[in-house]
Design a protein around this ligand. Structure first.
Ligand code: ADP
Ligand code: MG
Ligand code: MG
Length: 245
């Protein structure tokens, strides 16, 4: 069964066309990796799938669980089971992280508690602080994973989970991802994901089915994520240009 299908997606940001023609299919229970040079539009793709304002879809469709969600709001997409951890956490002065946590639990009728999840991602000391305010890179990542683990969406998008995270906390990121997609824990629910990463780090924790390389506004190459990583290490993204889809 297909979880997410992106068809001929064309997206404009700030009067510029960033994504020209993106095609992507992610099956139920699959985790895919999104790669590409800086500024290629990886974050833009995730934002467009989430439905964030400012990312205008000019053409194409996004189908989630057989439903066309192209013109739905962020709220509606979130309710359907799409969630995201941002590359740069938004700052919300005056709203404590635990307030957001409780809201997520309430809204998504989740059986997991705020305390249980905050312990898992080591963000207990952040709970009574304003969301994102003065958070270090690693703290922001942990707070983002905290909200994602509480939400536990059917489809999770994670933007560079390991970037800015220090060595003491990097394994926590891996463990959080493992938990989010663990097939044993998931039981009857086959959750899927799309993760942007520049390193192979997360492949040590989760089994990713497929890697996609975004360049020139399109997915120019796809295949086994480990093979793609080693190809890029050897020959750079230029190697992908010559790769047949
Ligand atoms: P990546 O995540 O692959 O590094 P992004 O999706 O963040 O790339 O950015 C893709 C391109 O879109 C970049 O050239 C970036 O400068 C541009 N861009 C992103 N956000 C905006 C914005 N709000 N206004 C104008 N250009 C933007
Ligand atoms: Mg970038
Ligand atoms: Mg980015």
């Amino acid at each position: 069964e297909i979880m997410l299908q992106v068809e001929h997606l064309k997206v404009e940001v700030g009067n510029e066309i960033i994504l020209k023609d993106v095609n992507l299919t992610i099956g139920e229970g699959e985790v895919h990796i999104l790669l590409g040079p800086n500024g290629a539009g990886k974050t833009t793709l995730l934002m467009a799938i989430m439905g964030m304002p400012g990312y205008t879809i000019l053409d194409g469709r996004i189908i989630f669980q057989e439903k066309d969600i192209t013109s739905l709001s962020v709220e509606e997409r979130s309710q359907l089971g799409i969630g995201m951890a941002f590359q740069k956490m938004p700052t919300i002065p005056g709203v404590q992280l635990q307030t957001l946590g409780k809201l997520i639990v309430e809204k998504h009728k989740n059986s997991i508690s705020v305390d249980e999840v905050s312990e898992k991602v080591n963000c207990g000391s952040l709970l009574n602080r304003s969301i994102g305010q003065g958070f270090s890179g690693g703290e922001a990542k942990r707070a983002e994973l905290f909200q994602l683990l509480l939400h536990r969406p059917m489809f999770s998008m994670i933007d560079e989970p390991e970037s800015g995270v220090d060595l003491d906390n990097i394994s926590l990121v891996g463990i959080a991802l493992q938990e989010l997609f663990d097939r044993k824990l998931v039981r009857k629910k086959k959750r899927s994901g799309l993760i942007i990463t520049h390193t192979g780090f997360i492949l040590d924790y989760i089994n990713a089915e497929m890697g996609h390389v975004l360049m020139d506004g399109k997915i120019i190459c796809q295949g086994n994520p480990r093979d793609i990583f080693s190809g890029i290490k050897l020959n750079g993204y230029e190697a992908c240009v010559r790769c047949e889809r």
